[in-house]
Design a protein around this ligand. Structure first.
Ligand SMILES: *Cc1c(COP(=O)(O)O)cnc(C)c1O
Length: 392
């Protein structure tokens, strides 16, 4: 008999009852150090007082309001996002996939407005992940999301991530844009070369294409900058953001320059729930904390500690780990043993991590962790690795 919750996930047998900072407590009393953070979502950990207060206060005033009316929280967050990024304008949705969908629509509409409606194709990358709607599954490179779902949406040309010559060769008369994650998450925690990003920017500019960045996972402080692309000095025309933005409240955003979004006028796009007052209260509180002076300095410091500790484990356990990957607190260990086995054993030790593609073990802890949390996590990782080494 099919479970009443549609069984589309392989779930671990645990129910979390409450959380506090980077800790989660299960209904059976077990405590877990949460280096999964809802997969890079709980950027301020669990129950951060500033976010809790903001959401409580909004809950007592107004939950939902249609986008038929002005929403003060949207205006406030859009103002902050445009002041702190390349963007001039923001569309709010509820998820990462919707944010990427919006980016795709902005790119197609941009070319249409330029008098080139034949340009609708988007150059996308191997190992990419962009979500699970039909368009974002087609844009992504995850076979399991496509199998059995019928004809894939047309309009995506895939090239090897990191290969600029392949990207150049893929640009044709029907190309509208280039879409990629500056740091690939699901695909295996691989940061794009800065020179590669610069070359893609040039390629886009020379051919009248838009450059679209999917920062759903790597954005909002995760890599130690507000947005990961800042490290490279390359700005996109359009950027999708979600996971960390609401700190656990569902919210996504598509940021764009004025030029890219010029055609996105009334009636072209919309969402019933997108940018509702509760989501905006949560996201404004979270963004206020992350963008405050000094916060990202602490993220970079603790990311350095975590990355040195992980690099040390690659040295210490060469039979288990191959290399460290990612950027900042988006850290991956490419494994020589099954990453899913390691995730299960870490779970048994009370440390939550997430498998990623290419047999990678992913650590995306809350941005508020300190050195003590890294030490506690490494003690658990060492216990798993030592037991593994003894066994074999
Ligand atoms: C998680 C993720 C998405 C999809 O986000 P949802 O909120 O699950 O729709 C898209 N792109 C990237 C890079 C992601 O990590």
């Amino acid at each position: 008999m099919i479970p009443s919750v549609m069984p589309t996930y392989a779930r671990l047998d645990v129910v979390f009852e409450h959380g506090e900072g980077p800790w989660l407590v299960a209904t059976d009393g077990r405590r877990f150090l949460d280096f999964a953070a809802g997969i890079a979502v709980c950027s301020l950990g669990h129950c951060h007082p500033v976010a809790v207060e903001a959401l409580k206060a909004q809950a007592e005033k107004l939950w939902h309001c249609s986008n038929l009316y002005r929403i003060a929280g949207q205006e406030e967050l859009a103002q902050r996002l445009t002041e702190t990024t390349f963007a001039d304008t923001v569309f709010f949705g509820n998820s990462g996939a919707e944010a990427v969908e919006c980016a795709i629509k902005v790119a197609r509409h941009f070319q249409f407005d330029q008098g080139r409606p034949e340009r609708y194709r988007i150059v996308v990358m191997t190992h990419a992940f962009h979500g699970r709607t039909l368009a974002t599954v087609a844009a992504g490179d995850q076979a399991k999301g496509k199998h059995g779902f019928g004809p894939q949406m047309d309009g995506f040309d895939r090239v090897p991530f990191g290969d600029i010559d392949a990207a150049k060769a893929a640009v044709g008369a029907e190309t509208a844009a280039i879409l990629l994650e500056p740091v690939q998450g699901e695909g295996g925690m691989v940061a794009a070369d800065f020179a590669y990003l610069r070359a893609l920017r040039k390629l886009a500019d020379e051919n009248g294409l838009l450059l679209l960045f999917d920062e759903v996972q790597c954005g909002v402080g995760r890599t130690g900058r507000l947005f990961a692309h800042e490290w490279s000095g390359v700005a996109p025309d359009v950027m999708a953001v979600a996971k960390g933005l609401g700190g656990g409240f569902p919210v996504g955003a598509c940021l764009a320059t004025e030029r890219a979004a010029a055609g996105m006028v009334a009636g072209t796009h919309g969402s019933t729930f997108g940018g509702n007052p509760l989501a905006m209260a949560a996201a404004n509180a979270v963004y206020g904390v992350i963008a405050a002076p000094g916060f990202l300095d602490r993220v970079n410091a603790v990311a350095g500690v975590l990355r040195r500790a992980l690099a040390d484990r690659v040295q210490r356990y060469p039979d288990i780990f191959e290399e460290i990957r990612g950027l900042g607190l988006m850290a991956g260990l490419k494994c020589r043993v099954a990453n899913t086995d390691l995730v299960d054993r870490l779970f048994a030790e009370g440390l939550l991590a997430v498998p990623a593609g290419d047999n990678t073990l992913r650590f995306v802890p809350p941005l508020i962790i300190d050195e003590g949390h890294v030490e506690a996590a490494m003690a658990k990782l060492d216990r798993v690795c030592e037991a593994w080494s003894e066994k074999s």
